[in-house]
Design a protein around this ligand. Structure first.
Ligand SMILES: Nc1ncnc2c1ncn2[C@@H]1O[C@H](COP(=O)(O)OP(=O)(O)OP(=O)(O)O)[C@@H](O)[C@H]1O
Length: 247
């Protein structure tokens, strides 16, 4: 389906250690797919494989393009964007400047100079969507933790990412920030394909529309929150332990 992210038999090995082992999954636009699993299950490595940061085998397609074997920047330009566990914004620049740089990615310096005075429509829209319009001139380094994550999501939006892969977006956030982030994900996920790697089970229950559980590099279970929670294998390897206080 156009706009779907399709993985078929994706594998990643590090010196013979198989971190991702034949993962097949399909995520459609409009879904908020949560990717969960115990520490070391291969979640981040899978995101790295999709975005070209680690070499992978198998197939990842988006919009009819095969991503496996492509360079990181080529994959980004095809509309596949990701965030990292630690927000990677330019701390010394303003919110607006961060978005402007992201919007200018791939364009020449002259174009950047010419459009410096006006706020491009995509940047203005991203400021609204992520709720940072009032803080556009604030230095990114002094933003609250949650606001930095929202800025990073905004940077993906101005790059017109159609697939957003978010690595632990609510880690370290307050309850209020989590709720705001969930609402933000709903807004951006309405017409985009969103995959959220997360350990926060309450957040997952509140906002996931579908869940894939990874364990030892393989898909252990997949379905709605209710289906996955009811799966005894999931309770065994993950939810049981999470409810006993594991991260
Ligand atoms: N660059 C690497 N070299 C060797 N092994 C690696 C590398 N990156 C990850 N691994 C290993 O691959 C496995 C999967 O790691 P990964 O970080 O993808 O798991 P995860 O599910 O994201 O875990 P967490 O929830 O702790 O972030 C782990 O055993 C990890 O030690």
């Amino acid at each position: 389906m156009s706009g779907s992210l399709e993985l078929a038999g994706v594998g990643v090995s590090f010196d013979g250690f198989v971190a991702v082992d034949g993962v097949t999954m399909s995520v459609r636009p409009g879904e908020l797919r949560f990717l969960i699993g115990p520490n070391g299950a291969g979640k981040t490595t899978l995101v790295d494989a999709i975005t070209g940061l680690v070499p992978a085998t198998g197939s990842v397609t988006f919009g009819g393009h095969e991503l496996v074997g492509r360079k990181v920047h080529r994959i980004a330009r095809l509309g596949v964007g990701r965030t990292f566990q630690t927000a990677s914004v330019f701390e010394e620049l303003s919110v607006l400047q961060n978005l402007d740089i992201a919007a200018g990615a791939g364009r020449g310096p002259l174009t950047m100079l010419r459009r410096r005075s006006a706020v491009p429509a995509a940047v203005a829209e991203a400021l609204e969507v992520v709720g940072l319009a009032d803080l556009r001139d604030r230095q990114a380094g002094v933003l609250a933790h949650g606001q930095k994550q929202w800025l990073e999501i905004g940077m993906l939006l101005v790059q017109d990412a159609r697939v957003l892969l978010l690595d632990e977006p609510v880690a370290g956030m307050s309850a209020h920030e989590r709720e705001e982030t969930g609402q933000l994900l709903r807004r951006i996920g309405a017409d985009r394909t969103v995959v959220v790697v997360e350990h926060d089970m309450d957040f997952m229950r509140s906002f996931a529309t579908s869940v894939t559980v990874l364990h030892a590099g393989k898909v252990l279970s997949e379905g709605t929150v209710a289906q996955v929670q009811a799966d005894p294998r999931v309770q065994e390897v993950y939810l049981g332990r999470a409810s006993e206080g594991a991260r």
